[in-house]
Design a binder for this molecule. Structure first.
Ligand code: GDP
Ligand code: GDP
Length: 440
């Protein structure tokens, strides 16, 4: 089951939630919840702190008249809190404790999630004086921070992640999982055909399903065998939980999707050929790329399309998806089953590319060849030297390169190395990460 924790940022407008969110997620693309059927104005992003990672939810961007705003805020916040494992409740040291803060605090009181009371904007104010009035909330511990400059943020994160499951454990789990089954997450925005595809994949003749009872909120994990190979399907659409056709399936959830990506070895991103590639597809894609998971693209509803429509979709794919040229694309009809079986070829290839062992000798030989063909540039009159390479991780595969002046390796040269490793290692469907270490 998915381990990545979820943290909600709540508080009234202007306390600095977005500022903190942007600082935490850095330049990473935030996934904006502008999907139909979802509450708007919630942002999701991945945060890295030391060895820990978590998903942050920003509940900023609420607008409304003074009257309605408290309840709108509370509703928005409660929804985020419901998805979260921990909550950062932001307060504003400059504004002091306001009636809105009180109102929110009262609403949150019934929640049993761990809350961290964060007093932001302590820059230029005396922290002790500024904090004093917040004790009225009946809280014992506060975390003073300056979101704009990052002061106090590290301490806050240290305390926060200390309560998360240890990372080593999670990695061991992953290691073991490799011998258990290939975990495939089926993701995509609403109505692209995820449920239909899940049913189709599991309904195949060659498939033996060991169905598990559904859990409450997370994706359904379904173990099965195909041609004797073990797989686990991570069903974000929740099809298998539906007890009868009338039962309403839980609506699309971004947190569920992000958790599924994080927990999968391979992600199948389903898109709808009838609607073409829309921004929401690209946002999801961005998250998969960021996660480093292997990726297969399924362009669904390919049945019954006019030839010129097909051409348009293909053209669009080429134009907009250049940045993930490593992923294989399938044009399928989940409804009729066309092309569905072939997805496994890409899934298996991607899985092996992402998890196969890479030896130091093999990687170093490829590196030497690459450097011989195209030496790295001179910097400050000295040539960058790249000496040897070894594996630094799997899924995504990480190649660690040792040398000197490695911090000066230009991005273009890094891309060249990436391409060369990809070609020689015959890697398909997975990103590959290059890391440098200076050993002078
Ligand atoms: P949100 O509505 O809670 O998301 O708040 P924002 O992140 O949009 O911040 C509201 C305003 O407070 C912006 O003008 C920020 O630049 C400012 N702000 C945020 N953090 C700090 C801080 O640590 N110190 C100061 N002085 N201003 C801050
Ligand atoms: P989900 O929300 O992503 O799980 O999407 P569903 O699987 O519920 O499918 C949404 C709608 O698209 C349903 O009406 C399906 O019958 C239809 N659909 C799914 N796959 C296909 C397909 O390959 N071709 C066509 N024409 N319709 C499809």
């Amino acid at each position: 089951m998915s381990m990545i924790p979820v943290v909600a940022l709540v508080g009234r407008p202007n306390v600095g939630k977005s500022t903190l969110f942007n600082r935490l997620t850095r330049s990473r693309d935030a996934l904006v919840a502008d999907f139909p059927g979802l509450t708007r104005d919630r942002k999701y992003g991945e945060v890295k702190h030391g060895k820990h990672r978590f998903i942050a939810i920003d509940t900023g961007g609420i607008t409304g008249d003074e009257e309605g705003i408290d309840s709108a805020m509370a509703g928005q916040s409660l929804a985020a809190i419901d998805e979260a494992d921990a909550v950062l409740f932001l307060l504003d040291a400059r504004a002091g404790l306001t009636p809105s803060d009180h109102a929110l605090a009262t609403k949150f009181r019934s929640s049993n999630k761990p809350f961290y009371y964060v007093v932001n904007k302590v820059d230029g104010v005396d922290p002790n004086t500024a904090m004093a009035e917040f004790y009225e909330l009946g809280v014992e511990q506060f975390y003073p921070i300056t979101a704009t400059h990052g002061r106090g943020v590290r301490h806050l994160l240290d305390e926060l992640v200390a309560t998360f499951p240890p990372v080593e454990e999670a990695e061991e789990d992953k290691e073991e999982d490799r011998y258990k089954s290939t975990k495939i997450a089926i993701i995509g925005r609403p109505n692209v055909g995820k449920s239909t595809l899940v049913n189709r994949l599991l309904g195949e003749d060659r498939v033996v399903v060991y169905d598990q009872p559904g859990t409450t909120r997370d994706s359904i994990y379904i173990d099965y065998e195909r041609d004797g190979e073990p797989y686990t399907l991570i069903d974000t659409a929740g099809v298998r939980r539906r007890k009868n056709v009338k039962e309403v399936v839980e609506k699309f959830s971004i947190v569920k999707t992000l958790k599924a990506i994080d927990d999968a070895n391979v992600t199948i991103l389903v898109m709808d050929a009838r609607e073409g590639i829309v921004d929401q597809d690209l946002h999801l894609l961005g998250q998969v790329v960021e996660s480093g998971r292997a990726l297969v693209l399924a362009v669904n509803k390919w049945d019954g399309l006019e030839p010129d429509h097909k051409d348009r979709v293909k053209f669009e794919l080429e134009r907009r998806l250049q940045f993930i040229d490593y992923a294989e694309v399938h044009f399928i009809s989940a409804l009729h089953g066309t092309g569905v079986g072939h997805l496994y070829e890409s899934v298996n290839k991607a899985y092996h590319s992402a998890t196969d062992k890479m030896s130091t000798r093999q990687l170093t030989t490829i590196l030497e060849g690459a450097v011989f063909d195209h030496p790295p540039p001179m910097v400050n009159g000295r040539r960058i030297k790249l000496r040897y390479a070894h594996a630094g991780g799997q899924n995504p595969p990480i190649v660690v390169i040792h040398g000197n002046q490695t911090d000066k390796v230009p991005a273009s040269y890094q891309r060249y190395l990436e391409k060369t490793f990809r070609r020689h290692l015959d890697m398909v469907g997975t990103p590959i990460r290059i890391e440098f270490r200076t050993s002078e």
